[in-house]
Design a protein around this ligand. Structure first.
Ligand code: PBG
Length: 327
């Protein structure tokens, strides 16, 4: 055969395949989501997320040490309060669960990079991501509370805040509040392109944050839309976001690429609870190879344009990267 171009030539050995690899991974780009709850001396496995736990603040160091050992230095904290009310007051209470967790994490693992999810849904009695006006979430009143929440996280030691509520104008409101109070160096990672997705189901079980009526479609995005994703991303750029996010990951990689090409900010991609739960469930049945699947999912997110990858598999991925099994 007279073939001059033979793509297989570069696939002929593991060494060569590694040499010409286009996507490379690093533990520095992984973020681990972690649930902290009110109460004392408890670690609970989350039924819909096998292998993931809720920790009381006095027990969270067990997980922090495991993260450190695995080589993951970035954690994103989600709070699960005992007390919920109409206005989510535990979200911005200086003694709230996330605020206490921040102090504790800083004490036991000073070099860990602490990111907080800023939202109301885990803190409101109705489970919506803001305060209500009738049956609707009141955008502008919610902004004030989100900004107070972000500020209280920064005051308690958060290195970065990540608003996930999808209210209009929240990045600008949070930026203004942080700057006024002297936190000009605290970056905002905005959940810019966040869809109303059934992939969050297991998370809502984990955090007890499912809305008690209706759904989140009046604030989270309609997953039929592509241009709207760019509109949201560009608005957040204008409002002063430092890092953008697309969420969920697996079904939205087209938008990861589009947002990446349309902006110059670092881009985070969140592989959400439903993605993790599907892999776990199929692996438990013996139908898929869990390790190979989560590696393939991670690489596809980075190949699509992710700079940062938020995943419940962060520890395993970091280990595999170190061992040279991927990336
Ligand atoms: C809070 C929030 C949610 C997730 C991250 N932040 C839930 C939601 O919007 O309902 C989902 C994370 C996951 O599913 O892993 N608003």
């Amino acid at each position: 055969m007279d073939l001059t171009v033979r793509p297989r030539r570069l696939r002929s050995s593991e060494t060569l395949r590694r040499m010409v690899r286009e996507t490379r991974l690093s533990p520095a780009s992984l973020i681990y989501p972690m649930f902290v709850m009110d109460g004392k001396d408890k670690v609970e496995e989350i039924p819909s997320l096998p292998g993931q736990f809720r920790y009381t603040v006095d027990r969270m160091e067990e997980e922090l040490f495991l993260l450190k050992e695995a080589g993951v230095s970035q954690v994103m904290l989600f709070g699960i309060p005992d007390r919920k009310d109409e206005v989510g007051s535990q979200a911005y209470d200086p003694n709230g669960v996330v605020q206490r967790a921040l102090h504790r994490a800083r004490e036991v693992c000073p070099d860990l990079y602490l990111i907080t999810d800023v939202c109301m849904c885990e803190y409101t009695s109705h489970g919506h991501c803001g305060v209500l006006c009738g049956k609707d979430v009141d955008n502008d009143r919610t902004l004030e509370l989100l900004a107070r929440t972000a500020l209280s996280h920064a005051q308690a030691g958060a290195d970065m805040v990540a608003p996930s509520d999808m209210m209009d104008g929240r990045v600008a409101a949070i930026r203004r509040m942080l700057d006024e109070e002297g936190f000009i160096r605290t970056p905002i990672m905005s959940y810019s392109v966040k869809f109303a997705s059934s992939f969050y189901g297991p998370f809502r079980d984990a955090a007890g944050s499912a809305p008690s009526f209706g759904d989140r479609k009046s604030y989270q995005m309609d997953y039929h839309n592509r241009r709207e994703a760019l509109k949201e991303a560009l608005l957040d750029v204008q409002e002063g976001a430092d890092i953008l996010m697309v969420k969920p990951a697996m079904s939205y990689l087209d938008l990861v690429r589009e947002v990446k090409d349309a902006t110059t900010l670092p881009l985070a991609v969140y592989s959400v609870s439903g993605e993790y739960a599907m892999v776990k469930a199929a692996a438990e049945k013996g139908w898929i190879d869990e390790e190979r699947i989560f590696c393939e999912m991670a690489v596809s997110a980075f190949r699509a344009g992710a700079d940062l990858y938020i995943t419940y598999y962060a520890k395993e991925l970091a280990r595999f990267i170190k061992e040279g099994r991927i990336g």
